[in-house]
Design a protein around this ligand. Structure first.
Ligand SMILES: Nc1ncnc2c1ncn2[C@@H]1O[C@H](COP(=O)(O)OP(=O)(O)O)[C@@H](O)[C@H]1O
Ligand SMILES: [Mg+2]
Length: 334
């Protein structure tokens, strides 16, 4: 793709002779926000390290703005990186942390001052510039790390789980802050996370990694509504896998294959009206909704219910599946 700012083509990368990233291809447009989402060990950080140049490619190519950087040293790639642990220099002030690369490049003091202050304003840390990392909150440290990644003029930013060490409230704020900065600066982002909510809320596209391969690439809504594999179905959102007896009972399914139903597509009725008889085994209260577990045909199936109008634990209910809401893999569609 000619307008891709970053083009990864059939990348193979790993440690020793073992490839942990395999046949990985991705074109990223300028200004796009792409998340790499996957469980621990699925190869997310390895893809990022290969883009940054810390992990050599064993095969394939990486192009940055049309330039082949596959064999280039990290310093010459001009990508910025933001890590989970911030990786700030502990004995330096926020100002000097942000200024570091400019000092190395021996930029004149007036230019350093201006660029660091501009980035501090963008990142919302004007007041923190004289502090050391230990005197800042996690969110503030992460802002310093982002300012430091942007100050050299890198327009491709790689984020490796930057929100994982932040508490839930700060995490939500930082998601919005990163998106705001992206809008203001227009940088391109490759954002590694194991948190589907990070990926769903921030991304133009999500790449789901499984065992070092891209299992599906698309907008969050596409991955959610049209999962390509059982893995995607279970990793994005929450699904019940119906055992064959339950699938037969609830769907009249006769064919082979694995059937999945999202929790919100499991319908519960107190009396009659089709479906199967189920016994409520327990209920988890989650604030805005509750998860109701039921036993059907000896198997557990769960539903997500809004509000407080819930069946009693131990009671019998009727359970059915919203029409058209089943994802079937490896068999004939219903
Ligand atoms: N330095 C390393 N040496 C050897 N194997 C590694 C190293 N770093 C990661 N791996 C292996 O590579 C695979 C992918 O790891 P990684 O890219 O860190 O996954 P993720 O970031 O998705 O958790 C895992 O099986 C992991 O054990
Ligand atoms: Mg990682």
């Amino acid at each position: 793709m000619s307008n891709a700012v970053l083009s990864i083509q059939k990348l193979e990368a790993g440690y020793g002779s073992k490839a942990v990233v395999r046949d990985f291809s991705l074109d990223v447009a300028a200004g796009e926000f792409v998340s790499l989402l996957g469980p621990s060990g699925s190869g997310k950080s390895s893809v990022l390290r290969a883009i940054a140049g810390f992990l050599p490619a064993m095969g394939g190519r990486i192009l940055l703005e049309g330039r082949d950087i596959t064999g280039e040293t990290p310093e010459r790639r001009n990508v910025g990186i933001v890590f989970q642990n911030y990786a700030l220099f502990p004995t330096m002030t926020a100002f000097e942390n942000i200024a570091f690369a400019l000092r190395v490049a021996k930029r004149p003091q007036a230019e350093v001052e201006k660029r660091v202050r501009d980035m501090a304003t963008l990142s919302g840390i004007d007041e923190q510039l004289t502090r050391n990392p230990a005197e800042m909150s996690g969110g503030q440290q992460q802002r310093v790390a982002i300012a430091r990644a942007l100050v050299t003029g890198s327009r491709v930013l790689l984020f490796d789980e930057p929100l994982s060490n932040l508490d839930a409230k700060v995490r939500v704020t930082m998601r919005r802050e990163i998106k705001r900065m992206q809008r203001e600066v227009g940088f391109t982002a490759i954002f590694v996370t194991h948190d589907q909510e990070d990926a769903l809320t921030m991304s133009d596209r999500i790449v789901v990694l499984n065992g070092g391969r891209a299992e599906q690439i698309g907008h969050g809504r596409t991955l959610y509504r049209q999962p390509a594999t059982p893995f995607i179905c279970q990793f994005i959102g929450a699904s019940n896998e119906l055992s064959p007896p339950v699938a037969r009972r609830l769907l009249g399914a006769k064919g082979e294959g694995r059937s999945f139903v999202r929790l919100e597509d499991v319908l519960i009725a107190e009396n009659g009206g089709g479906g199967a008889r189920a016994t409520v085994s327990h209920i988890e209260f989650l604030g805005s909704h509750s998860r109701v577990y039921m036993i059907v045909e000896g198997d557990t199936i769960s539903a997500m219910l809004l509000g407080d109008d819930l069946p009693d634990v131990g009671s019998e209910v009727w359970v059915s599946i919203r029409p058209g809401a089943v994802h079937v893999f490896g068999g004939t569609c219903l």
